[in-house]
Design a binder for this molecule. Structure first.
Ligand code: C2E
Ligand code: CA
Ligand code: CA
Length: 712
């Protein structure tokens, strides 16, 4: 690019050189002509004077005198030759400063008037005298000296002209900087702005001429741009930060700060492709917190959120670096385990995870135990695509819930329809309640000390029109989660109370009924009032009713439930701790609890025949209960041997298939009569020492009815 300076310099040079050349040329030409004219005039003057002096010699034909007169020309070095030419053309006298000049060469000049060539000029002057033909004086002079001087003058003029040009150029350059510098500055700033995008640059104002105006305008434009840029940048920053927040929201959960479902799905897709490509084993874990909703409902969302954060930390700390844990929503978490060596490794990780999760914790002044149920689906064995893996892990998690929570299950193809069933279960539960598809079955509780049927545990049954009986293990957790447990529990309680009153009217006044109470019912603010209202409504005596609450729940919510249990107790209602032995209750807690009965969990009863420690524990529980004046009963009793060992341990009340499965209400009178008769028979037989405590079902001639739940 040609700069303005270059252009100006060019213009300057063209103009200056042209002007200088033209003026110099004109001046020199003029000067040259002038000098030549002077020389010519001088020559002419001399010729005139000499012609006058020659009149006499010519008139008297005095050649010598004429020659002498001509010789006076030697004082004029420019004169090359001179001659007096007569009218007939003959030379009368002639003069030449040097001898080798050929005077005849005069012939080449016009011998009249005057003439001037490049190097020579001459004049012809008539020599007159009266009455005679005039002769002529011819004087020829050289112009060479003038020419030489002229060359010198031209040379000097060029030198001076050059010098002037140079000085003028320097001055021009200096002065042109006044114009070009602001423009250069402007250009430099413009380039900088263009290159760096830095609108804070400003041009220095040198003058208030047009360039100054231009610079001011440029600066003003930069200010506007800078302001716009600043606001644009601020807006951009805001947008970016909003975008970041949106991204975070889109990918992270705000409560636990764990990645969310969206992120999980993206990550799972990558993990599946990666692990399949490398032929590696990977697993998806679906974790659902047990009883989270309960904590949320009981202690509020703040505590619920706190719990979720702790659960998230516990899950994260149970995993290896690189494993991904996300919150899918609610109390559901999902985990991706990659690069696994074998299934054993999954087992180790999941065991650790469940163990960590179930550690008791203090949450906003409440002691809480929150466990987790985990479903595991392994890629590629169980599925090789993200959707199926997550769905299968979900199904396995429900299987873990159904297996009693706080445990894990690996996916089994039979579980495939579980989540779908669960969804429809929720809807169907509502229909079932409205259409009275529920039943209450009664499982007898036998007291070996009194040889009598003490009472029954009321167990809910869902007699589904299409699927037959569905296990409460399936529908109670769903009812608890969707809140239907309250109307359902109320219905079971009302039905059981009504039933016990009916049996009382039939002559079985001493019978009691134990009704399971879900913790979601228990924490309802009007639970006590509801129970009392049902007792009043059905006419059931308070002492005929036991409420069963599982040990783990009771201990967890002891601070919340203590007073209401006390109120129930004050009204004469029995309080049974269900599944006792699984909830880690302390002696001190138990002592302060308004409890009337402990129900030894089936898991102890199951192992009592093989495990000495379980036997010892049962004995300890029995003696503890005796000391605290709390009754005990063993559940899940399936064999005569268990009965014997339990009795040795100090437990005399039993419930279990060994005696009877849960029965329809209509079967109960027959069972009671049968039991009564059998005991009488046994007593008489025992006198003969011929007792066989086996074959109850056959003996009572009752149908050996297994629950027959839908296996789903
Ligand atoms: P649970 O309270 O521990 O009830 C005892 C369960 O063990 C019953 O299962 C019963 O049928 C079963 N069982 C009794 N004796 C034996 C035995 O000798 N061997 C074996 N293998 N099982 C025996 P069910 O009826 O399926 O009930 C399961 C659970 O559902 C109950 O456990 C209880 O937690 C819950 N549940 C049942 N009805 C209700 C209800 O009306 N309300 C609430 N909240 N929960 C209920
Ligand atoms: Ca129970
Ligand atoms: Ca139980």
């Amino acid at each position: 690019m040609r700069t303005i300076t270059t252009k100006l310099t060019r213009i300057y040079l063209i103009v200056a050189v042209s002007v200088l050349f033209c003026t110099g040329l004109i001046s020199l030409l003029y000067f040259y002509n002038h000098v030549r004219a002077i020389a010519h005039d001088n020559l002419n003057t001399q010729a005139v004077a000499m012609a006058g002096n020659l009149e006499s010699p010519v008139a008297f034909r005095d050649v010598a005198f004429a020659q002498q007169t001509l010789k006076a020309l030697q004082h004029y070095p420019d004169v090359r030759m001179a001659a007096v030419v007569m009218a007939d053309g003959k030379y009368f006298a002639k003069y030449s400063p040097d001898t080798d000049t050929d005077i005849d060469s005069l012939q080449q000049f016009p011998l009249q008037g005057e003439f001037i060539t490049v190097n020579t000029h001459g004049v012809v002057q008539d020599i007159t005298f009266p009455g005679k033909t005039p002769a002529r004086l011819v004087v020829v002079a050289s112009l060479e000296q003038i020419n030489r001087k002229m060359v010198l003058v031209v040379g000097m003029s060029i030198a001076i002209g050059g010098l002037i040009l140079l000085v003028a150029f320097i001055m021009f350059r200096h002065m042109s900087r006044l114009v070009t510098r602001p423009i250069e500055d402007l250009t430099a700033i413009m380039r900088k702005v263009e290159r760096d995008g830095d609108h804070s640059q400003r041009v220095r104002i040198f003058s208030d001429d047009e360039i100054g105006e231009l610079a001011k305008g440029f600066n003003a434009m930069l200010s506007v741009l800078e302001r716009q840029n600043t606001s644009l940048n601020t807006e951009l920053d805001e947008r970016k930060s909003i975008q970041r927040k949106l991204d975070r929201l889109a990918h992270y959960d705000t409560v636990t700060r764990l990645p969310n479902r969206h992120y999980f799905q993206e990550r799972l897709l990558i993990a599946v492709e990666h692990n399949i490509r490398l032929s590696k084993l990977m697993a998806v874990l679906f974790v659902d917190l047990d009883n989270f909703k309960l904590v949320n409902d009981s202690y509020g969302h703040h505590t619920g959120d706190h719990l979720l954060r702790i659960a998230a930390e516990r899950l994260s700390s149970s995993l290896r670096a690189g494993d991904v844990v996300c919150r899918l929503g609610g109390d559901e978490f999902a985990i991706i385990l990659e690069h696994l060596s074998d299934s054993q490794q999954i087992e180790t990780i999941v065991d650790k995870l469940i163990q960590n999760l179930s550690q008791p914790l203090r949450l906003d002044d409440h002691d809480v135990v929150v466990t987790g149920s985990v479903g595991v689906a392994v890629c590629p064995q169980d599925a090789d695509n993200p959707e199926s893996l997550l769905r299968f892990a979900d199904a396995a998690m429900y299987a873990a819930k159904a297996a009693g929570k706080n445990t894990w299950r690996r996916f089994d193809p039979e579980m495939a329809s579980q989540p779908a069933l669960r969804l429809s279960l929720e809807n169907q539960l509502r229909v079932a309640l409205a259409e009275r598809q529920f039943e209450v079955h009664y499982q007898p509780q036998i007291n070996m000390n009194t040889d009598a049927v003490d009472g029954f545990e009321a167990l809910a049954r869902w007699n589904h029109p299409d699927h037959g009986y569905i296990s409460p293990l399936q529908f109670i957790p769903v009812a608890e989660e969707c809140g239907l447990i309250r109307p359902l529990g109320e219905w079971v309680l009302r039905t059981a109370c009504r039933q016990i009153v009916a049996w009382s009217l039939d002559g079985h006044e001493r019978l009691k009924v134990a009704v399971n109470v879900s913790v979601r019912q228990l924490v309802h603010p009007h639970f006590v009032e509801q129970v009392l209202a049902i007792l009043a409504e059905t006419g059931c005596a308070a002492h005929q009713l036991d409420l069963e609450i599982t040990e783990s729940i009771l201990m967890q919510y002891s601070d919340k439930t203590f007073s209401l249990l006390q109120r129930l107790r004050d009204h004469g209602i029995g309080i049974v701790i269900d599944d006792f032995g699984t909830g880690y209750s302390s002696m001190a807690q138990l002592k302060n609890m308004p409890v009337t009965k402990l129900k030894i969990d089936k898991s102890f009863v199951d192992d009592i025949t093989t495990s000495h420690s379980d036997l010892a524990i049962t004995a300890t529980i029995a003696s503890l209960a005796r000391n605290l004046r709390i009754q005990i009963i063993a559940e899940g009793v399936e064999s005569n041997q268990q009965v014997l060992l339990l009795r040795q341990s100090g437990c005399h009340a039993f419930q279990g298939y060994h005696f009877a499965q849960p029965l329809l209400a209509t079967q109960i009178p027959k069972f009671i009569d049968g039991f009564h008769h059998r005991q009488q028979a046994l007593r008489s037989l025992s006198a003969d020492g011929n007792v066989k405590l086996a074959g109850w079902e056959a003996w009572l001639a009752l149908p050996a009815r297994k629950p027959g739940y839908l296996n789903c």
